[in-house]
Ligand binder design. Structure first.
Ligand code: FAD
Length: 423
């Protein structure tokens, strides 16, 4: 099987790179072993929320110089500020072309309301979640926080008490929604994604609208868990058109409807552009000749290799098995690429739970063109993007999704330039 490019990993990085290459006319395949971090994410994408010294970042463009001084091995520092900002703009356009309705801009972070009712700074948010400008007071005075009876992944009282601390007056309620009774009988199945599959059905949506209309008389806005609009993106607009009060959705504990919907839309865009997805398959090894990857072997295609002019490794971090931690070494398991030299194991983590954890910065090292090395030697047709990369802490620096989409676009740019050179 021959392709122009093959992506190893179908999370945010693999999909964004695949879309960009397919838009440019390449024949692409994505091999993806399992669920990605998107299935567990808030649905908001972080670009850069804090510097490594803890300084909060309000406007990412003005913080990139300081980042490159404090963290020269950060993927943004390797690529350079101008390149990062150009790709951030391109990312906003690509996500919009893929049908994602997001609010926010790379120029300035905004705040989103979290599943606990607190505020968190971010880059882009699904437009149905509550957001506000940095340093602004809550724009809602009377908020009704509506949970769903028996649904434990969203606690309206916790949300309400955080919102009260921020000056809002709140009420809480629990929607009864008899249409969910069958799911309620099996608590382990009573999760956001399964609830959305029921509520997206037109007749159930009508009943939900009726129940909400009875409860929202005194509220300026109602906050509900994000359990709508998984497979029917119009479901929320449909519900909103039937209720008197503005409705916003809060992300829930994983699995996340907002993150999964982002995954569906990106995957659909890639497939509409002619891309091939091999879900549930895993790349096991690659054949390398003369400094190039010449064949990729997967679990399902056994001894029939995938052949491609260029390969992207976007296999994620420890969470997705893109990195493995052994007793005293961290390794990249598919190709055995060079990773950041590991300090002694006792220094991989620190005892303070909320402190930045050093192991999170481990990963595959590359040059500014995102080309890695294998035993010190560069592979000419291999690029690396996303969470498998070294040099950043997605939690402390709030840059996880930004690193994935921006490195994916940078890799795509290099692949396309290389293709031009060959022609
Ligand atoms: C639980 C969780 C929640 C997060 N939430 C947020 C958030 O809300 N906002 C934010 O900005 N960032 C968040 N992040 C940071 C996150 O890392 C990035 O946002 C981004 O989604 C990572 O994308 P990725 O494509 O680089 O990696 P991943 O999403 O991890 O995708 C890697 C994919 O590669 C596949 N894979 C691995 N090995 C192989 C193989 N050998 N062959 C084929 N496929 C393989 C995996 O199955 C997986 O599907 C979160 C991270 C985690 C772990």
């Amino acid at each position: 099987m021959k392709f122009d490019s093959v992506m190893i990993g179908g999370g945010l990085a693999g999909l964004v790179c695949g879309i960009r290459l397919a838009e440019a006319g390449q024949r692409c395949a994505i091999v993806s072993a399992g669920q990605s971090a998107l299935h567990f994410s808030s649905g908001s994408l972080d670009l850069l929320c804090a510097l490594p010294d803890g300084t909060p970042v309000e406007t990412p463009p003005t913080a990139l110089d300081a980042l490159s001084r404090l963290a020269p091995a950060h993927p943004y520092s390797l690529m350079g500020a101008d390149v990062v900002l150009a790709h951030a703009q391109e990312a906003e356009r690509l996500l919009a072309r893929s049908g994602l309705q997001l609010t926010g801009s790379y120029r300035e972070n905004h705040l989103r309301i979290t599943p606990l009712g607190t505020r968190r700074s971010t880059w882009l948010s699904p437009d149905e979640i509550p957001t506000l400008p940095l340093n602004a007071p809550l724009p809602w005075k009377r908020i009704l926080v509506a949970g769903i009876e028996g649904f434990l992944d969203f606690q309206p009282h916790l949300v309400a008490s955080s919102l009260e601390e921020q000056g809002a007056s709140t009420e809480t309620t629990e929607l009864t929604l008899p249409a969910l009774d069958q799911l309620r009988n099996n608590p382990s199945e009573f999760r956001a994604v399964n609830i959305a599959r029921v509520l997206d059905i037109e007749e159930n949506l009508a009943l939900l609208a009726e129940e909400l209309n009875q409860l929202t008389q005194n509220a300026d806005v109602v906050f509900m868990p994000a359990c709508i609009g998984l497979e029917h993106p119009d479901a929320l607009a449909n519900l909103r058109s039937r209720i008197r009060c503005p409705l916003l959705l809060l992300p829930t504990l994983p699995p996340s409807v907002l993150g999964m919907r982002m995954h569906h839309l990106l995957r659909r865009r890639f497939q509409q552009l002619g891309g091939t997805i091999m879900p549930g398959d895993a790349v096991l090894k690659a054949e390398i000749h003369d400094g190039r990857i010449t064949g990729i072997y997967t679990r399902n295609h056994t001894d029939i290799p995938l052949r491609a002019s260029n390969v992207l490794l976007a296999s994620g971090s420890f969470f997705s098995n893109g990195l493995h931690a052994g007793f005293d070494a961290i390794r990249e398991p598919v190709l055995g690429l060079d990773v950041t030299p590991a300090p002694p194991r006792s220094q991989w983590s620190v005892p303070e739970f909320f402190a930045p954890q050093p192991y999170l910065q481990a990963g595959v090292t590359t040059d500014g063109a995102l080309r890695p090395t294998l035993n010190g030697v560069k592979l000419r047709n291999l690029y690396v993007a996303g969470a498998v990369l070294a040099g950043f802490d997605p939690i402390q620096q709030g840059c996880g999704a930004g690193v994935s989409v921006i490195t994916a676009l940078h890799a795509a740019q290099h692949i396309l330039a290389q293709t031009e050179d060959v022609r």
